[in-house]
Write a protein that binds this ligand. Structure first.
Ligand code: SF4
Length: 427
Protein backbone atom coordinates (compact mmCIF):
# COMPACT_ATOMS: atom_id res chain seq x y z
CA UNK A 1 0.00 0.00 0.00
CA UNK A 2 2.88 2.34 0.78
CA UNK A 3 4.25 1.73 -2.71
CA UNK A 4 0.88 2.31 -4.30
CA UNK A 5 0.63 5.62 -2.49
CA UNK A 6 4.08 6.52 -3.77
CA UNK A 7 5.62 7.09 -0.35
CA UNK A 8 9.28 5.93 -0.28
CA UNK A 9 11.26 8.11 -2.66
CA UNK A 10 9.45 11.39 -2.20
CA UNK A 11 7.85 11.04 1.18
CA UNK A 12 8.06 14.78 1.73
CA UNK A 13 6.18 15.66 -1.47
CA UNK A 14 2.97 13.77 -2.22
CA UNK A 15 2.98 12.86 -5.89
CA UNK A 16 0.15 13.80 -8.20
CA UNK A 17 -2.11 10.96 -9.30
CA UNK A 18 -0.97 11.12 -12.93
CA UNK A 19 2.46 9.78 -11.91
CA UNK A 20 1.12 6.87 -9.84
CA UNK A 21 -0.66 3.57 -10.12
CA UNK A 22 -2.86 4.19 -7.13
CA UNK A 23 -6.00 2.41 -8.28
CA UNK A 24 -5.82 -1.37 -7.69
CA UNK A 25 -8.55 -1.97 -10.27
CA UNK A 26 -6.49 -0.17 -12.91
CA UNK A 27 -3.39 -2.19 -11.99
CA UNK A 28 -5.40 -5.41 -12.37
CA UNK A 29 -6.74 -4.33 -15.75
CA UNK A 30 -3.30 -3.31 -16.99
CA UNK A 31 -1.83 -6.70 -16.01
CA UNK A 32 -4.67 -8.54 -17.72
CA UNK A 33 -4.42 -6.53 -20.95
CA UNK A 34 -0.66 -6.75 -21.15
CA UNK A 35 -0.50 -10.49 -20.45
CA UNK A 36 -3.21 -11.41 -22.94
CA UNK A 37 -1.37 -9.37 -25.61
CA UNK A 38 1.88 -11.15 -24.69
CA UNK A 39 0.22 -14.57 -24.97
CA UNK A 40 -0.93 -13.71 -28.48
CA UNK A 41 2.06 -11.76 -29.82
CA UNK A 42 5.25 -12.74 -28.02
CA UNK A 43 8.34 -13.50 -30.07
CA UNK A 44 9.53 -17.05 -30.11
CA UNK A 45 12.98 -16.85 -28.49
CA UNK A 46 15.13 -19.85 -27.59
CA UNK A 47 15.71 -18.87 -23.93
CA UNK A 48 11.98 -18.35 -23.44
CA UNK A 49 11.25 -21.87 -24.64
CA UNK A 50 13.88 -23.29 -22.31
CA UNK A 51 12.74 -21.25 -19.29
CA UNK A 52 9.16 -22.42 -19.85
CA UNK A 53 9.85 -26.13 -20.36
CA UNK A 54 13.07 -27.07 -18.53
CA UNK A 55 12.22 -29.00 -15.33
CA UNK A 56 15.68 -28.53 -13.77
CA UNK A 57 15.60 -25.23 -11.84
CA UNK A 58 19.36 -24.65 -12.05
CA UNK A 59 19.39 -25.13 -15.80
CA UNK A 60 16.46 -22.74 -16.10
CA UNK A 61 18.27 -20.13 -14.08
CA UNK A 62 21.48 -20.67 -16.04
CA UNK A 63 19.70 -20.27 -19.41
CA UNK A 64 18.13 -16.98 -18.33
CA UNK A 65 21.42 -15.79 -16.86
CA UNK A 66 23.22 -16.42 -20.17
CA UNK A 67 20.52 -14.76 -22.26
CA UNK A 68 20.23 -11.73 -19.97
CA UNK A 69 23.96 -11.09 -19.86
CA UNK A 70 24.17 -11.40 -23.65
CA UNK A 71 21.18 -9.09 -24.10
CA UNK A 72 22.79 -6.30 -22.08
CA UNK A 73 23.72 -3.70 -24.71
CA UNK A 74 23.02 -6.09 -27.61
CA UNK A 75 20.00 -6.57 -29.91
CA UNK A 76 17.89 -9.72 -29.66
CA UNK A 77 18.49 -10.59 -33.34
CA UNK A 78 22.27 -10.64 -32.79
CA UNK A 79 22.08 -12.57 -29.53
CA UNK A 80 20.04 -15.56 -30.78
CA UNK A 81 22.88 -17.19 -32.71
CA UNK A 82 25.45 -16.56 -29.96
CA UNK A 83 23.06 -17.92 -27.34
CA UNK A 84 22.36 -21.10 -29.32
CA UNK A 85 26.06 -21.77 -29.90
CA UNK A 86 26.86 -21.04 -26.26
CA UNK A 87 24.20 -23.39 -24.90
CA UNK A 88 25.24 -26.09 -27.30
CA UNK A 89 28.83 -25.83 -26.18
CA UNK A 90 28.17 -25.31 -22.46
CA UNK A 91 24.66 -26.57 -21.68
CA UNK A 92 25.18 -26.43 -17.91
CA UNK A 93 26.88 -24.29 -15.29
CA UNK A 94 29.29 -27.18 -14.70
CA UNK A 95 30.32 -27.27 -18.36
CA UNK A 96 30.92 -23.53 -18.45
CA UNK A 97 32.87 -23.61 -15.20
CA UNK A 98 35.35 -26.00 -16.85
CA UNK A 99 35.87 -23.93 -20.02
CA UNK A 100 38.97 -21.80 -20.47
CA UNK A 101 38.73 -18.03 -20.72
CA UNK A 102 40.24 -18.32 -24.19
CA UNK A 103 37.34 -20.50 -25.36
CA UNK A 104 34.84 -18.09 -23.78
CA UNK A 105 36.44 -15.11 -25.53
CA UNK A 106 36.50 -16.95 -28.85
CA UNK A 107 32.79 -17.66 -28.72
CA UNK A 108 32.08 -14.14 -27.49
CA UNK A 109 34.12 -12.47 -30.25
CA UNK A 110 31.95 -9.96 -32.13
CA UNK A 111 29.33 -9.58 -29.38
CA UNK A 112 31.13 -6.62 -27.76
CA UNK A 113 31.57 -5.65 -24.10
CA UNK A 114 33.85 -8.63 -23.62
CA UNK A 115 34.04 -8.54 -19.85
CA UNK A 116 30.49 -9.92 -19.87
CA UNK A 117 31.66 -13.34 -21.06
CA UNK A 118 34.33 -13.46 -18.42
CA UNK A 119 31.90 -12.49 -15.65
CA UNK A 120 29.44 -15.11 -16.85
CA UNK A 121 32.12 -17.72 -16.48
CA UNK A 122 33.10 -16.40 -13.04
CA UNK A 123 29.47 -16.67 -11.97
CA UNK A 124 29.31 -20.30 -13.18
CA UNK A 125 32.53 -21.16 -11.34
CA UNK A 126 31.22 -19.59 -8.15
CA UNK A 127 27.93 -21.51 -8.29
CA UNK A 128 29.79 -24.77 -8.92
CA UNK A 129 32.60 -24.35 -6.41
CA UNK A 130 30.95 -22.36 -3.61
CA UNK A 131 27.22 -22.94 -3.88
CA UNK A 132 27.24 -26.69 -4.55
CA UNK A 133 26.01 -26.16 -8.12
CA UNK A 134 22.75 -24.57 -6.96
CA UNK A 135 21.74 -21.20 -8.44
CA UNK A 136 20.50 -18.69 -5.83
CA UNK A 137 16.70 -18.56 -6.06
CA UNK A 138 15.81 -14.97 -5.10
CA UNK A 139 16.66 -11.62 -6.68
CA UNK A 140 18.35 -10.52 -3.48
CA UNK A 141 20.64 -13.58 -3.31
CA UNK A 142 21.38 -13.57 -7.03
CA UNK A 143 22.55 -9.96 -6.86
CA UNK A 144 24.49 -10.52 -3.66
CA UNK A 145 26.21 -13.78 -4.62
CA UNK A 146 26.86 -13.73 -8.37
CA UNK A 147 29.56 -11.53 -9.96
CA UNK A 148 28.25 -9.45 -12.86
CA UNK A 149 24.61 -9.82 -11.78
CA UNK A 150 23.05 -6.44 -11.04
CA UNK A 151 19.59 -5.53 -9.87
CA UNK A 152 17.96 -5.90 -13.27
CA UNK A 153 19.51 -9.28 -14.15
CA UNK A 154 18.76 -10.63 -10.67
CA UNK A 155 15.10 -9.59 -10.99
CA UNK A 156 14.83 -11.10 -14.47
CA UNK A 157 16.28 -14.47 -13.40
CA UNK A 158 14.25 -14.64 -10.19
CA UNK A 159 10.96 -13.77 -11.87
CA UNK A 160 11.40 -15.74 -15.10
CA UNK A 161 13.11 -18.85 -13.72
CA UNK A 162 11.78 -19.02 -10.18
CA UNK A 163 8.44 -17.17 -10.24
CA UNK A 164 9.41 -14.53 -7.68
CA UNK A 165 7.01 -11.57 -7.86
CA UNK A 166 9.66 -8.93 -8.35
CA UNK A 167 9.74 -6.20 -10.98
CA UNK A 168 12.50 -5.30 -13.42
CA UNK A 169 13.61 -2.00 -14.90
CA UNK A 170 15.65 -1.86 -18.10
CA UNK A 171 15.74 0.68 -20.93
CA UNK A 172 12.51 -0.61 -22.45
CA UNK A 173 10.67 -0.59 -19.13
CA UNK A 174 11.92 2.93 -18.39
CA UNK A 175 10.45 4.15 -21.66
CA UNK A 176 7.08 2.44 -21.20
CA UNK A 177 6.65 3.52 -17.57
CA UNK A 178 7.72 7.11 -18.23
CA UNK A 179 5.12 7.32 -20.97
CA UNK A 180 2.41 5.56 -19.01
CA UNK A 181 2.85 8.06 -16.20
CA UNK A 182 4.15 11.21 -17.95
CA UNK A 183 7.51 11.11 -16.20
CA UNK A 184 9.69 13.73 -17.85
CA UNK A 185 12.38 14.30 -15.23
CA UNK A 186 15.85 12.95 -16.12
CA UNK A 187 15.23 9.19 -16.39
CA UNK A 188 18.85 8.39 -15.62
CA UNK A 189 18.73 10.17 -12.26
CA UNK A 190 18.76 7.99 -9.17
CA UNK A 191 15.55 9.52 -7.81
CA UNK A 192 13.60 8.72 -10.98
CA UNK A 193 15.11 5.25 -11.37
CA UNK A 194 14.16 4.44 -7.74
CA UNK A 195 10.66 5.64 -8.45
CA UNK A 196 10.45 3.38 -11.52
CA UNK A 197 11.61 0.34 -9.53
CA UNK A 198 8.86 1.01 -7.00
CA UNK A 199 6.40 1.22 -9.84
CA UNK A 200 7.63 -2.00 -11.50
CA UNK A 201 7.27 -3.82 -8.17
CA UNK A 202 3.72 -2.54 -7.78
CA UNK A 203 2.72 -3.52 -11.28
CA UNK A 204 4.28 -6.98 -11.61
CA UNK A 205 1.65 -9.70 -11.85
CA UNK A 206 1.71 -11.88 -8.73
CA UNK A 207 0.91 -15.15 -10.45
CA UNK A 208 2.91 -14.70 -13.69
CA UNK A 209 5.76 -12.35 -12.75
CA UNK A 210 8.25 -13.65 -15.34
CA UNK A 211 5.75 -13.35 -18.19
CA UNK A 212 4.64 -9.94 -17.01
CA UNK A 213 8.20 -8.59 -16.90
CA UNK A 214 8.97 -10.02 -20.31
CA UNK A 215 5.70 -8.59 -21.65
CA UNK A 216 6.56 -5.09 -20.42
CA UNK A 217 10.02 -5.32 -22.03
CA UNK A 218 8.57 -6.83 -25.21
CA UNK A 219 6.07 -3.97 -25.43
CA UNK A 220 8.95 -1.49 -25.20
CA UNK A 221 10.95 -3.38 -27.83
CA UNK A 222 8.18 -3.85 -30.39
CA UNK A 223 5.33 -1.34 -29.80
CA UNK A 224 6.35 1.44 -27.43
CA UNK A 225 9.58 1.96 -29.39
CA UNK A 226 11.74 5.08 -28.99
CA UNK A 227 10.68 6.77 -32.24
CA UNK A 228 7.26 6.32 -33.82
CA UNK A 229 5.57 4.17 -31.14
CA UNK A 230 2.54 2.24 -32.39
CA UNK A 231 0.07 3.63 -29.88
CA UNK A 232 -2.95 2.53 -31.93
CA UNK A 233 -1.91 -1.12 -31.48
CA UNK A 234 -0.86 -0.80 -27.86
CA UNK A 235 -2.67 -3.20 -25.51
CA UNK A 236 -2.41 -0.79 -22.57
CA UNK A 237 -3.15 2.47 -24.34
CA UNK A 238 -6.16 3.16 -22.12
CA UNK A 239 -3.75 3.35 -19.15
CA UNK A 240 -1.32 5.72 -20.84
CA UNK A 241 -1.14 9.27 -19.53
CA UNK A 242 1.21 10.42 -22.31
CA UNK A 243 -1.25 9.31 -24.98
CA UNK A 244 -4.08 10.94 -23.06
CA UNK A 245 -2.16 14.17 -22.96
CA UNK A 246 -1.36 13.97 -26.65
CA UNK A 247 -5.01 13.38 -27.57
CA UNK A 248 -6.73 15.66 -25.12
CA UNK A 249 -4.10 18.22 -24.15
CA UNK A 250 -3.12 19.14 -20.63
CA UNK A 251 -5.80 18.23 -18.08
CA UNK A 252 -7.47 21.13 -16.30
CA UNK A 253 -5.44 22.28 -13.29
CA UNK A 254 -7.30 20.63 -10.44
CA UNK A 255 -4.96 20.92 -7.46
CA UNK A 256 -3.74 17.63 -5.94
CA UNK A 257 -5.50 15.52 -8.55
CA UNK A 258 -3.89 15.97 -11.96
CA UNK A 259 -1.85 19.11 -11.97
CA UNK A 260 1.74 19.01 -10.82
CA UNK A 261 2.03 22.58 -9.63
CA UNK A 262 4.45 24.86 -11.36
CA UNK A 263 7.97 23.57 -11.91
CA UNK A 264 8.46 21.82 -8.57
CA UNK A 265 7.24 18.31 -9.36
CA UNK A 266 10.18 15.88 -9.12
CA UNK A 267 8.80 13.73 -11.97
CA UNK A 268 7.62 16.33 -14.49
CA UNK A 269 9.82 17.74 -17.26
CA UNK A 270 11.88 20.68 -16.03
CA UNK A 271 10.08 24.02 -16.32
CA UNK A 272 12.75 25.11 -18.82
CA UNK A 273 11.86 22.24 -21.21
CA UNK A 274 8.08 21.89 -21.05
CA UNK A 275 5.88 19.53 -23.04
CA UNK A 276 6.49 19.90 -26.79
CA UNK A 277 3.27 19.11 -28.61
CA UNK A 278 5.11 18.24 -31.85
CA UNK A 279 6.74 15.28 -30.04
CA UNK A 280 3.56 13.75 -28.62
CA UNK A 281 4.22 10.70 -26.44
CA UNK A 282 7.92 10.80 -27.32
CA UNK A 283 8.21 13.74 -24.92
CA UNK A 284 8.92 10.89 -22.52
CA UNK A 285 11.35 9.68 -21.34
CA UNK A 286 13.98 12.37 -21.12
CA UNK A 287 17.62 12.08 -20.25
CA UNK A 288 20.19 14.62 -19.23
CA UNK A 289 22.57 15.29 -22.14
CA UNK A 290 25.24 12.59 -22.48
CA UNK A 291 28.91 13.39 -22.28
CA UNK A 292 30.48 13.11 -25.74
CA UNK A 293 32.75 10.04 -26.14
CA UNK A 294 36.45 10.53 -25.42
CA UNK A 295 38.59 10.70 -28.57
CA UNK A 296 41.59 8.35 -28.66
CA UNK A 297 44.22 7.51 -31.31
CA UNK A 298 46.07 4.23 -31.34
CA UNK A 299 48.85 3.23 -33.71
CA UNK A 300 48.63 -0.42 -34.67
CA UNK A 301 51.03 -2.44 -36.77
CA UNK A 302 50.38 -5.58 -38.79
CA UNK A 303 53.69 -7.46 -38.62
CA UNK A 304 53.92 -10.06 -41.37
CA UNK A 305 56.33 -12.93 -42.02
CA UNK A 306 56.44 -15.98 -44.30
CA UNK A 307 55.55 -19.15 -42.39
CA UNK A 308 57.13 -22.56 -43.05
CA UNK A 309 55.10 -23.27 -46.22
CA UNK A 310 55.49 -19.72 -47.44
CA UNK A 311 52.04 -18.83 -46.07
CA UNK A 312 51.84 -15.30 -44.65
CA UNK A 313 51.57 -15.16 -40.88
CA UNK A 314 50.72 -12.23 -38.65
CA UNK A 315 51.73 -11.38 -35.12
CA UNK A 316 49.03 -10.91 -32.51
CA UNK A 317 49.49 -10.11 -28.83
CA UNK A 318 47.16 -10.53 -25.90
CA UNK A 319 45.73 -7.55 -24.06
CA UNK A 320 45.93 -7.34 -20.25
CA UNK A 321 43.39 -9.41 -18.31
CA UNK A 322 41.49 -6.36 -17.07
CA UNK A 323 40.20 -3.14 -18.60
CA UNK A 324 38.90 -2.50 -22.11
CA UNK A 325 38.82 -5.66 -24.32
CA UNK A 326 40.44 -7.64 -21.51
CA UNK A 327 42.27 -10.79 -22.58
CA UNK A 328 41.51 -10.35 -26.29
CA UNK A 329 44.16 -10.55 -29.01
CA UNK A 330 45.21 -7.67 -31.24
CA UNK A 331 47.94 -6.50 -33.58
CA UNK A 332 50.72 -4.77 -31.62
CA UNK A 333 49.22 -1.41 -30.69
CA UNK A 334 50.26 1.76 -28.99
CA UNK A 335 47.91 4.44 -27.62
CA UNK A 336 49.06 7.84 -28.85
CA UNK A 337 48.98 11.24 -27.24
CA UNK A 338 46.62 13.57 -29.11
CA UNK A 339 49.28 16.09 -30.13
CA UNK A 340 51.62 13.53 -31.71
CA UNK A 341 50.13 13.24 -35.16
CA UNK A 342 53.22 14.34 -37.10
CA UNK A 343 55.47 11.90 -35.30
CA UNK A 344 53.21 8.88 -35.00
CA UNK A 345 55.28 6.75 -37.35
CA UNK A 346 58.51 7.44 -35.42
CA UNK A 347 56.88 6.77 -32.07
CA UNK A 348 55.49 3.47 -33.31
CA UNK A 349 58.87 2.47 -34.80
CA UNK A 350 60.61 3.24 -31.47
CA UNK A 351 58.03 1.20 -29.60
CA UNK A 352 58.37 -1.81 -31.93
CA UNK A 353 62.15 -1.57 -31.79
CA UNK A 354 62.21 -1.62 -28.00
CA UNK A 355 59.70 -4.45 -27.95
CA UNK A 356 61.39 -6.67 -30.55
CA UNK A 357 64.95 -5.84 -29.59
CA UNK A 358 66.00 -5.16 -33.20
CA UNK A 359 66.17 -2.02 -35.33
CA UNK A 360 62.94 -0.83 -36.93
CA UNK A 361 63.21 2.09 -39.35
CA UNK A 362 60.24 4.47 -39.33
CA UNK A 363 60.29 4.63 -43.12
CA UNK A 364 59.91 0.83 -43.27
CA UNK A 365 56.42 1.16 -41.78
CA UNK A 366 53.85 1.33 -44.53
CA UNK A 367 50.79 3.46 -43.77
CA UNK A 368 47.62 1.47 -44.60
CA UNK A 369 44.82 3.73 -43.45
CA UNK A 370 42.75 4.85 -40.49
CA UNK A 371 39.97 2.82 -38.97
CA UNK A 372 37.38 4.30 -36.63
CA UNK A 373 35.62 2.23 -34.02
CA UNK A 374 33.15 3.58 -31.48
CA UNK A 375 33.13 1.95 -28.09
CA UNK A 376 30.38 3.09 -25.72
CA UNK A 377 32.46 5.89 -24.25
CA UNK A 378 35.47 6.09 -26.58
CA UNK A 379 35.78 7.31 -30.15
CA UNK A 380 38.81 5.29 -31.17
CA UNK A 381 40.88 5.91 -34.29
CA UNK A 382 43.33 3.17 -35.22
CA UNK A 383 46.18 4.39 -37.39
CA UNK A 384 47.16 1.22 -39.21
CA UNK A 385 50.65 0.40 -40.51
CA UNK A 386 52.17 -2.78 -41.85
CA UNK A 387 55.71 -4.08 -41.61
CA UNK A 388 57.03 -7.16 -43.49
CA UNK A 389 59.72 -9.02 -41.54
CA UNK A 390 62.55 -11.26 -42.72
CA UNK A 391 62.96 -14.30 -40.51
CA UNK A 392 61.64 -14.68 -37.02
CA UNK A 393 61.52 -12.31 -34.11
CA UNK A 394 61.88 -13.40 -30.54
CA UNK A 395 59.92 -11.36 -28.09
CA UNK A 396 60.21 -11.32 -24.37
CA UNK A 397 57.19 -13.42 -23.32
CA UNK A 398 57.17 -11.60 -19.98
CA UNK A 399 55.90 -8.49 -21.79
CA UNK A 400 52.66 -9.99 -23.09
CA UNK A 401 51.73 -13.36 -24.62
CA UNK A 402 52.02 -13.37 -28.42
CA UNK A 403 51.60 -15.77 -31.34
CA UNK A 404 51.87 -15.91 -35.11
CA UNK A 405 48.64 -16.75 -36.92
CA UNK A 406 47.51 -17.32 -40.49
CA UNK A 407 44.57 -15.37 -41.84
CA UNK A 408 42.15 -18.21 -40.98
CA UNK A 409 43.56 -18.53 -37.50
CA UNK A 410 43.24 -14.79 -37.01
CA UNK A 411 39.54 -14.94 -37.87
CA UNK A 412 38.94 -17.82 -35.44
CA UNK A 413 40.87 -16.17 -32.60
CA UNK A 414 39.42 -14.14 -29.75
CA UNK A 415 39.94 -10.80 -31.47
CA UNK A 416 37.63 -7.81 -31.11
CA UNK A 417 35.37 -6.39 -33.82
CA UNK A 418 37.66 -3.35 -33.88
CA UNK A 419 40.66 -5.54 -34.83
CA UNK A 420 38.62 -7.30 -37.51
CA UNK A 421 37.96 -3.85 -38.94
CA UNK A 422 41.69 -3.14 -38.81
CA UNK A 423 42.26 -6.34 -40.74
CA UNK A 424 40.01 -4.98 -43.46
CA UNK A 425 41.70 -1.54 -43.48
CA UNK A 426 41.98 -0.23 -47.04
CA UNK A 427 45.25 -0.86 -48.84
FE1 SF4 B 1 3.68 3.57 -25.34
FE2 SF4 B 1 1.82 4.60 -26.92
FE3 SF4 B 1 1.32 2.41 -25.46
FE4 SF4 B 1 1.57 4.78 -24.30
S1 SF4 B 1 -0.02 4.17 -25.74
S2 SF4 B 1 2.47 2.85 -23.60
S3 SF4 B 1 3.14 5.71 -25.54
S4 SF4 B 1 2.78 2.59 -27.16
Amino acid sequence: AALLAGAPAFAHAPLPARHLFSDPAEVEALRRNLLSWYDRCKRDLPWRALAATEPDADRRGYAVLVSEIMLQQTQVATVIDYYNRWMQKWPTLQALAQASLEEVNELWAGLGYYSRGKRLQEAARKVVSELAGRMPRTAEDLQKLLPGVGRYTAGAIASISYGQATGVVDGNVIRVLCRLRCIGADSSSLAVVDRLWDMANVLVDRSRPGDFNQALMELGATVCVPKGPLCGECPIKQHCQARCRKLFGNPPPVPDVEDCGVGDCPLCPPATEPWDSSLGVTNFPRKAAKKPPRAMRTATCVLERRGCQGTPEYLIVQRPSSGLLAGLWEFPSLPLAQDLQEKEREVLADHLQAWMGRPVAAKGLRFIGEVIHIFSHIHQTYVVYSLPLDGDVTLDPALSPYRWVTEDEFRASAVSTAMKKVWGAPE
